[in-house]
Design a protein around this ligand. Structure first.
Ligand code: HEM
Length: 178
């Protein structure tokens, strides 16, 4: 039972941390804030923290007998669509930092990296949908309100960026910003 509790807690931590990662990344990319020293590092550190939370979440669920999660679920093989969404989120959470590392080593083009990085929106949405759908704690009004705040934050930041947060094309940098 303790493993199940760890799994639930780390799932929620992952959603909180990735919501902050996404909102911060959108602000940085849209130049909503001056990029102080360490701004990009904060984005990457939050992402690392989120990944640790996800790995703990999945490992705890696999080790726990109560949750009844088979190892095949890690690859999206499960009859519950909410679990498949979780697996999609898991692999996207791995692909995103991997693409950044490859870009840093100049193994992939900036264009390809940026294309992959846009999947961060799909990742965040699938993580939110997965948690809302399957989470025991979704029944808790405070947790539900937390999901509402998270959605408002990322949707708001995205809307701000789309509606003019982004700088003119000519001033965009040719290096990964997030
Ligand atoms: C293969 C990957 C994954 C599997 C098999 C999986 C499985 C599960 C299961 C079975 C639950 C229900 C736990 C309960 O009884 O409440 C759950 C809840 C949850 N998961 Fe995942 N998950 C995966 C990936 C992820 C990822 C990548 C995230 C976040 C980025 C995430 C976030 C959450 C959240 C927030 C909850 C709700 C916790 C609660 O309300 O109790 N999961 N997951």
């Amino acid at each position: 039972m303790i493993l199940w509790e760890i799994a639930r807690a780390t799932g929620l931590v992952a959603v909180v941390v990735y919501t902050l990662t996404a909102a911060w990344g959108i602000l940085l990319a849209g130049r909503g804030i001056q990029q102080p020293k360490g701004a990009l590092e904060l984005h990457r550190s939050l992402q690392t923290l989120g990944l640790i939370a996800i790995v703990t979440h999945v490992a705890a669920l696999l080790l726990d007998s109560y949750a009844k999660v088979e190892w095949t679920a890690v690859f999206g093989i499960d009859s519950r669509p909410a679990i498949v969404l979780g697996a999609v989120a898991l692999w996207l959470a791995i692909a995103l930092p991997l693409s950044f590392a490859l870009r840093q080593r100049k193994r992939v083009s900036f264009r390809l990296w940026r294309g992959v990085h846009y999947l961060a929106y799909a990742f965040w949405a699938s993580a939110i949908a997965h948690g809302l759908w399957i989470g025991t704690d979704t029944r808790n009004p405070a947790v539900l309100a937390g999901y509402g705040v998270a959605i408002a934050l990322v949707v708001g930041a995205t809307a701000w960026r789309v509606l003019g947060g982004a700088p003119p094309k000519s001033s965009r940098r040719e290096a990964p910003a997030a």
